[in-house]
Design a protein around this ligand. Structure first.
Ligand code: AMP
Length: 195
């Protein structure tokens, strides 16, 4: 699968350890070097700002999507290739998904998890067939991975849906996993687009 545009979900905070910012820099640089457009939430704060700045500094294209209500709080990034201001959170997520061929979550908080899980459930329902991945900085997502495996064991999540979420500690390996990912043949339910 050829990936021209990737959406990155990540914290509006920087986290307790500089390794998170270092990972955001590496991912931003790697996307730019691979000529892959970065789509993200448009903020200049936390890991959001770090990944955007790193991609821009490496000559990459960066599109930010931000709701009017958050433009001030997240300090809408002024130096992007394009900053789109939308009506609300739902419009933001729909637009980020529309513009992207795949999704990556860096470490983050509730917003990051919510964005990841929403787009994953859209895939489960067959609204799209785009791969997802976690950048597992020093095991940040390992407990989540174990919990997701438990959901499969308990038969609340299908193994093929669980397998949609790739995980790696390095941007280049994660990108390779996403590129090689084979779309699901049969989603849980067939749909056309999120309401
Ligand atoms: P966080 O991971 O909580 O730092 O948030 C990362 C991004 O998700 C930021 O752009 C937030 O504006 C956004 N966000 C925060 N809370 C929510 C939510 N409930 N639904 C959707 N996005 C959110």
């Amino acid at each position: 699968m050829s990936l021209r545009s990737i959406c990155v979900f990540c914290g509006a905070s920087s986290g307790a350890n500089p390794i998170y910012q270092e990972a955001a820099v590496k991912l931003g640089q790697h996307l730019a070097q691979q000529n892959i457009r970065l789509v993200y939430g448009g903020g200049a704060v936390g890991l959001m700002g770090v990944v955007a700045d790193a991609a821009l500094a490496a000559g990459g294209e960066v599109i930010g999507i931000i709701p009017q209500s958050l433009k001030r709080a997240e300090v809408g990034h002024q130096g992007l290739t394009r900053l789109e201001v939308v009506d609300g959170m739902h419009a933001r997520k729909a637009r980020m998904a529309e513009l992207s061929d795949a999704f990556i979550a860096l470490p983050g908080g509730l917003g990051t998890l919510e964005e990841l899980f929403e787009v994953w459930t859209w895939a489960q329902l067959g609204y799209h067939n785009k791969p997802l991945g976690l950048l597992d900085v020093k095991g940040f997502y390992s407990k989540l991975g174990a919990f997701l495996d438990q959901l499969v064991e308990e038969q609340f999540v299908r193994a093929n849906h669980r397998a949609m979420l790739q995980l790696s500690e390095t941007p280049d390996e994660l990108l390779a996993l996403l590129q090689n990912w084979q779309p699901l043949e049969a989603p849980r339910w067939q749909g056309s687009k999120p309401d």
